[in-house]
Design a protein around this ligand. Structure first.
Ligand SMILES: Cc1cc2nc3c(=O)[nH]c(=O)nc-3n(C[C@H](O)[C@H](O)[C@H](O)COP(=O)(O)OP(=O)(O)OC[C@H]3O[C@@H](n4cnc5c(N)ncnc54)[C@H](O)[C@@H]3O)c2cc1C
Length: 388
């Protein structure tokens, strides 16, 4: 699912230019930055080690802030056509359940969303190299040099500014990654045949100290699963067994689905020593990630992509020496504060009795949960970088 997206130039053609901006990683962070920069007339090269459409472990839930940004990025027709409205969230813990009404929230498979954003960035003028792995980057007086591997060829690319949007786990940019001191978490996901397990237009979330399992039931009978597991507490089990156990504790019986293809992520919680250095800005998960319980990662990625592009829009020479400090400050205001709050909620919810308390509060005061969801989905001020 999702439309194939081909390279728009050869690696040899890419090698012979000094690009305004090279973006490593064509997920929501990289593609949103490419769209905004190309609209501003910058010469952008976007690259990705994968070929699109590609799958990604993700719940696929788009909150109101993400939907608003996607509208501004010009992919609303695809979102309208292929996404499913989510009317409610069902929280499960210790065999209790609570329902939270949702507003302006949709589910969309990442294969479709990411290919649509990438296609839009190409339509806006960005160049794209598919199946291209960035390995290292260094800075010299006039540009940043990025070494990449493309069709078994090592090539050297040059740019005035590099945006690192490579998601979790890839250290190619030369910024030190600090793993969080909290419990190690990994993400796993699959789609399995399980008609009628949950009501339609519902996102289910089963929470336990071992982790949490998010689920969306699709009309075709498929259950879309994205889970976040504590490595320490589930190390003895396979991904499917860990997910099955968390669900079984809430009387949700997952049918055995031998053919399901489970995919995983590197450790989720990390932060870097910095989100900017000379001629390099980090955006999206590459800039630091907490955890997915509040379903905000796509909004963080889109906001940081657009925020970085807005910072560049005001700079005639693309890079200016104070840009790293400006991005650190703007990133902290734009996304950093929301990530801290999400991290706190996620860690707290995995506490021994916390999830049961959370479900109890949501049962008794659904209005409170609705207000929290409304707060989490409020719009981002991506343009404020100009005034930083
Ligand atoms: C279990 C789970 C559930 C989630 N559920 C939700 C949810 O419901 N809603 C939500 O908003 N968020 C959710 N998220 C978070 C969301 O998936 C991420 O925050 C989001 O994908 C970040 O986008 P990105 O563009 O930064 O990175 P990515 O989407 O990961 O894209 C990075 C791209 O970089 C490419 N790449 C990596 N290394 C290199 C390299 N060296 N060279 C070239 N290319 C490279 C990769 O191929 C990839 O295409 C969830 C995450 C997990 C783990």
């Amino acid at each position: 699912m999702g439309t194939p997206v081909e390279s728009t130039l050869t690696s040899t053609a890419a090698e012979h230019r000094l690009w305004d901006v090279i973006i490593v990683g064509s997920g929501p962070a990289g593609s949103s930055a490419a769209i905004e920069l190309s609209r501003n007339g910058r010469h952008v090269l976007l690259l990705d080690r994968n070929h699109f459409p590609r799958s990604k472990v993700c719940g696929g839930c788009l909150n109101p802030a993400a939907l608003k940004m996607l509208d501004g990025l010009g992919v609303n027709a695809i979102v309208d056509q292929y996404s499913t409205p989510l009317m409610r969230s069902l929280l499960f813990s210790d065999r209790q359940r609570a329902e939270i009404p949702l507003n302006q929230t949709r589910f969309l498979r990442r294969e479709i969303l990411d290919a649509a954003l990438l296609q839009e960035s190409i339509r806006c003028g960005a160049s794209f190299l598919s199946g291209t792995l960035a390995t290292t980057s260094q800075v010299n007086e006039t540009c940043r040099i990025v070494r990449v591997r493309c069709q078994s060829r090592e090539i050297v690319l040059r740019c005035k500014l590099l945006l690192a949007a490579q998601g979790l786990g890839s250290g190619m940019v030369g910024v030190r990654i600090v793993q969080s001191s909290g419990p190690k978490l990994i993400g796993v996901g699959a789609e399995i045949d399980a008609p009628g397990l949950l009501p339609l237009n519902t996102v289910g979330m089963a929470i336990s100290p071992e982790g949490y399992v998010g689920m969306v039931q699709l009309e075709c009978g498929t259950l879309h699963i994205a889970a976040c597991l504590s490595v320490a507490r589930t190390a003895r089990f396979s991904a499917v067994d860990a997910v099955t156990r968390i669900l079984a504790r809430n009387d949700i019986m997952l049918p055995s689905s031998a053919n399901a293809k489970w995919i995983g992520t590197p450790p989720l919680r990390h932060k870097n020593s910095t989100v900017a250095t000379e001629r390099l800005l980090l955006i999206g998960d590459a800039a630091g990630y907490t955890e997915p319980l509040t379903g905000e990662g796509i909004a963080w990625a889109l906001a940081s992509g657009a925020g970085a592009a807005n910072l560049v829009a005001d700079s005639k020479s693309i890079w200016r020496p104070d840009m790293d400090v400006a991005w650190q400050k703007h990133y902290a205001r734009l996304v950093g504060s929301r990530q801290k709050r999400s991290s706190w909620i996620g860690q707290w919810a995995r506490g021994k009795r916390a999830a049961a308390i959370l479900v109890g509060v949501c049962q008794r005061a659904p209005w409170l949960a609705t207000r929290v969801m409304h707060h989490l989905g409020r719009a981002y001020e991506c343009g404020q970088a100009r005034n930083s």
